[in-house]
Design a protein around this ligand. Structure first.
Ligand code: ZN
Ligand code: ZN
Length: 267
């Protein structure tokens, strides 16, 4: 069956994706409700009860808001860093004011790989204003997949991790001009633009031009801002930067959506 990537939801109202082999099914982030996660998986013909594990990149609500209910319902291991878990659980209370416990908590350290079934996972540190935010690469059946969303810029260490990926899921958060003139208060604009904020279309284009090995079969543009970006601006910037490296087999550009799941990418 090979390896596949399904983007269930992407954007500031919730992020979630599935990376799977025939043996292992990983939910990457739990930023939409349990009900919506199940619904979107079923739309793609997937049974959510067959998920093997949940991995979380960081504790912002758009990546974690569905976690507790999903973990409780599915009783599968939840992987996050110690600091992400601490920060998240500090804010969590059940109806009795008690901190709810994750039944099967697995703590990982950025930079240290671990195995989930037949998928090797490498979490790596990304610059973002959360407790201990990470991106991931996944390796299975000779294929490597990279996820890097929610990052203010792309440091050399992240570029290194993203080398040799067959699928690259990259943040293309905002168009700088739209953000500048857009509706956000100045303090929020500054946060988004900062070194620990979000990646602009231009910053991603710069990566494609100067820091990217050109190896991916698919490039998925993710975490697009609804207020400060337009899908065609994001696509245009990426396609211009990828230029002639786009062929029938390489660098096909896809856009992940907030409102509906993307057809699975099969490798
Ligand atoms: Zn975030
Ligand atoms: Zn986010």
């Amino acid at each position: 069956m090979g390896v596949s990537v399904s983007m269930l939801a992407s954007g500031s109202r919730g992020n979630s994706a599935v990376v799977q082999t025939s043996k292992t099914k990983i939910l990457v982030d739990a930023g939409i409700s349990c009900r919506e996660t199940f619904k979107r998986m079923r739309v793609l013909g997937e049974d959510p009860r067959t998920l093997s594990a949940i991995l979380v990149t960081h504790e912002h609500a758009d990546h974690i808001s569905g976690l507790f209910v999903l973990a409780k319902k599915l009783r599968i291991p939840v992987f996050l860093t110690g600091a992400t878990h601490q920060t998240w659980s500090r804010t969590m209370r059940d109806e009795n004011g008690v901190r709810p416990q994750l039944e099967r908590l697995e703590v990982f350290c950025p930079g240290r790989s671990f195995q989930v079934g037949d998928i090797a996972v490498t979490p790596f540190t990304i610059p973002h204003d959360a407790a201990d935010p990470v991106g991931f690469t996944f390796r299975a059946e000779g294929v490597k997949i990279g996820f890097a969303t929610d990052l203010g810029y792309i440091p050399a260490s992240v570029r290194d991790h993203l080398r040799g990926c067959e699928v690259l899921v990259m943040e293309s958060n905002h168009d700088l001009e739209m953000l500048r003139v857009g509706p956000y208060p100045w303090s929020v604009k500054q946060r988004v633009m900062s070194r620990v904020g979000h990646l602009s279309n231009d910053a991603l284009a710069e990566f494609f031009t100067n820091g990217y090995d050109g190896e991916a079969a698919y490039v998925v543009l993710a975490h697009l801002s609804e207020a400060n970006n337009h899908p065609e601006l994001a696509r245009g910037a990426a396609m211009k930067a990828l230029g002639p490296r786009q062929t029938l087999l390489r660098n096909r550009v896809m856009l992940a959506s907030q409102t509906e799941p993307l057809e699975p990418i099969r490798l």
